[in-house]
Design a protein around this ligand. Structure first.
Ligand SMILES: *[C@@H]1O[C@H](CO)[C@@H](O)[C@H](O)[C@H]1NC(C)=O
Ligand SMILES: *[C@@H]1O[C@H](CO)[C@@H](O)[C@H](O)[C@H]1NC(C)=O
Ligand SMILES: *[C@@H]1O[C@H](CO)[C@@H](O)[C@H](O)[C@H]1NC(C)=O
Ligand SMILES: *[C@@H]1O[C@H](CO)[C@@H](O)[C@H](O)[C@H]1NC(C)=O
Length: 628
């Protein structure tokens, strides 16, 4: 059931219409079905009601209910003044075309200016969202009737008129690009008694794709490297370049409009001031000084209340970045780290068990036990043999008994397997670069306390920390950002430079921006992996802008068809791949120092032991010499 609201307007008596009740109902229901609307408002008369109008209303509503459409009677004053939403997109049906209707339309269409050139905001959203269907006498000319009536670009206004022989009713769509431009018409469908409604297959956005070269005012916030100023005249930017400019040019080309660029005085993205007004580019859009804001504006709840956003074009992680700390120095833990401690334990016990077994097999064969000239495999000798095998050492002698030989083979096989596993794991361990990061996340940053945190001034990043509900982030704002709030970097380039020039400075920036600007920074900069948050950003547009829908549509199209990716490929400064790939990591001397230290200790110790043994030997000899 579709509810029909019969909206009674204060309209004077009209001459009898050339449309029968059945025709009006059939066409309205047809349009209703095509538009998936949920209700119909019928324009009728409240005052000077005669029997005739009463009868017609009754006939109409009974006719609608026969088509399973429910009707409700509602007065025009209630509808206009009500803030309630009766239904999402009602269909307003106007049954005749005389001068009272004309006057009424003039009034209503000015009351709901879907047009930013008029600064007044619509009194009633109910009218703004409505679709219109008007039945017009064939003797009236559409152009003449609508002269001076503004049909906003975003609205859908249909006029039904009989053709010359009264065999078919043609439905024409009307709109103006803006209030001073000529009326645009498009034949959208035909209706006949027998055939019903035949609807044009041309979609809405194709019918409205040409903005006829109108000038759109845009506030621009240069945002290196995505949007840069290419040319100044009288110290004022007149030409822009970069990724966002290419995207905007593509939109201009598709929709046929031109742009007047305006630079906001305070040159910030914009946030809500304490007194409720907005600063920066957002403020200009809110105050309707401009239609759109070009740059990357992060989606934020309070911004979305104030302005409209185009579909997302930029999804990034904003990460805390710091000056690259030195490489981790190698330590003893490097030698042990390829295996976990339990595995080391297992290796050790294997050595012990194999030693014991080797000795046991030797003791159990008495005939080889005392064999002059051969190595005895007692415990004291065996552990060196087994340990040697685990160090990949061979032996000049093998045991003679089969049992002992089997233990030998087992030992070598296990040792080989462990060695291969250790080497593989150790190599991959060396290949990964490790740095001594002073902290790993926001909590660490807070606890460390020595680093200052910078964010782009006047951007959503300040607001993110300020308005966050997470206590850590609130603290980060209170302790690290707020003290320097008066002196925040005004661009990402400046922020990156501060990282390099100041002691212990961290800065929140996206990795794509860093890729674009990293080369201009005088030092190496690295992100703190866990200290980040994600944002979605796009361009902003006035909430009441009639072109909002078509702009959104074209951004979607540009994304869907891969043009955005192409623009990214050509305009992303500098070339993506160059910076994206880190240079292959190489193993430096520092990383493997520990092995040389172990070697050195071994050599020194053995030399020392040799000298001691030598000395003892000499001492014993001289002692013997003294004795005898
Ligand atoms: C409606 O009829 C006219 C004339 O007969 C024709 O030119 C037009 O293409 C028709 N429109 C649709 C949407 O069928
Ligand atoms: C763009 O609009 C202008 C002004 O109305 C018009 O002359 C021109 O033909 C249009 N261009 C395209 C490609 O439609
Ligand atoms: C809010 O404050 C700003 C500066 O603090 C001022 O420029 C602006 O006019 C104020 N707005 C209102 C509505 O008071
Ligand atoms: C954050 O806190 C405010 C006020 O305490 C509350 O209105 C809001 O819903 C909270 N937001 C989230 C995401 O929890």
């Amino acid at each position: 059931m579709i509810p029909v609201m019969i909206l009674c307007l204060f309209v004077a008596r009209v001459k009898s219409s050339e449309f029968s009740v059945d025709t009006v109902v059939a066409v309205s229901v047809g349009v209703l079905d095509t538009h998936f609307s949920c209700c119909v408002f019928l324009m009728c008369h409240t005052h000077h009601q005669g029997l005739r109008e009463d009868w017609q209303i009754a006939a109409l509503s009974s006719s609608f209910s026969k088509s399973r459409v429910m009707s409700v009677l509602l007065s025009g004053e209630v509808f206009l003044s009500s803030k309630r939403e009766f239904c999402s997109r009602p269909l307003n049906v106007i049954r005749s075309s005389d001068h009272t209707i004309r006057r009424y339309l003039q009034q209503v269409m000015v009351q709901c200016p879907l047009c930013l050139f008029d600064k007044a905001v619509s009194a009633s959203d109910n009218f703004r969202r409505a679709r219109w269907l008007m039945f017009m006498d064939s003797s009236t000319s559409v152009e003449e009737f609508f002269a001076g009536i503004h049909i906003p670009f975003g609205s859908e206004f249909l006029v039904a008129q009989w053709s010359a022989q009264r065999v078919q009713l043609s439905l024409t769509e009307l709109y103006r690009v803006h209030y001073a431009s000529p009326l645009q018409t498009f034949c959208i469908g035909n209706w006949t008694y027998n055939g019903g409604l035949s609807w044009s297959s041309v979609p809405f956005f194709t019918r409205r794709k040409d903005l006829k070269g109108i000038a759109i005012k845009a506030a621009v916030i240069p945002y290196n490297p995505y949007l840069t100023v290419a040319k100044y005249r009288d110290k004022k930017p007149v030409k822009y370049a970069g990724y966002l400019t290419e995207l905007w040019n593509e939109m201009e080309r598709r929709m046929n409009f031109t742009t007047v660029y305006v630079a906001p005085r305070d040159a910030v993205f914009g946030f809500r001031l304490d007194n409720g007004s907005w600063s920066g580019a957002v403020g200009m859009v809110v105050r309707k000084e401009v239609d759109v804001g070009i740059s990357f504006f992060a989606y934020m709840v309070d911004r979305m209340d104030a302005v409209g956003f185009l579909p997302p074009i930029w999804n990034v992680k904003l990460m805390v970045h710091i000056k690259q700390p030195g490489m981790e120095v190698s330590s003893l833990s490097h030698i042990l780290s390829p295996f976990v401690s339990t595995l080391w334990g297992a290796v050790l016990s294997t050595i012990i068990v194999l030693t014991v077994i080797l000795s046991t097999t030797w003791y159990m064969n008495p005939e080889y036990k005392v064999d002059a000239g051969h190595t005895p495999y007692n415990l004291y000798e065996s552990w060196l043999n087994v340990f040697g095998a685990f160090c990949q050492q061979g032996h000049d002698e093998t045991p003679r008994t089969g049992a002992s030989r089997l233990v030998y083979i087992t030992t070598y096989l296990i040792a080989l397997l462990l060695f291969v596993a250790y080497s593989a794991s150790f190599m991959s361990f060396l290949a990964v670069r490790r740095r001594d990061m002073p902290f790993a996340d926001f909590n660490g940053l807070l606890q460390d306390g020595t680093y200052k945190l910078g964010v782009l001034s006047g951007s959503a990043r300040v607001e993110f920390f300020k308005k966050s509900n997470v206590s850590t982030l609130k603290e980060v704002y209170r302790k690290l950002i707020h003290p320097g709030a008066g002196n925040l970097p005004s661009s990402d380039v400046e922020g990156l430079q501060r990282i390099c020039t100041r002691e212990k400075y961290s800065y929140v920036v996206s990795d794509t921006t860093l890729r674009g600007l990293g080369r201009s920074a005088p030092c190496s900069i690295i992100g703190v992996p866990q200290a980040y948050y994600s944002i979605t950003a796009s361009m902003i547009i006035s909430k009441t802008c009639p072109y909002k829908r078509i702009f959104s549509h074209h951004v979607q199209e540009i994304k869907r068809t891969g043009i955005l990716t192409r623009i990214e490929g050509t305009a992303w400064p500098p070339k993506y791949t160059e910076i994206l790939d880190d240079p292959p990591s190489s193993v430096t001397l520092e990383t493997v120092t520990i092995f040389f230290i172990v070697l050195l200790i071994g050599v020194v110790t053995s030399v020392f032991v040799l000298v001691v043994e030598f000395g003892l030997h000499k001492l014993r000899q001289s002692f013997q010499w003294v004795t005898f």
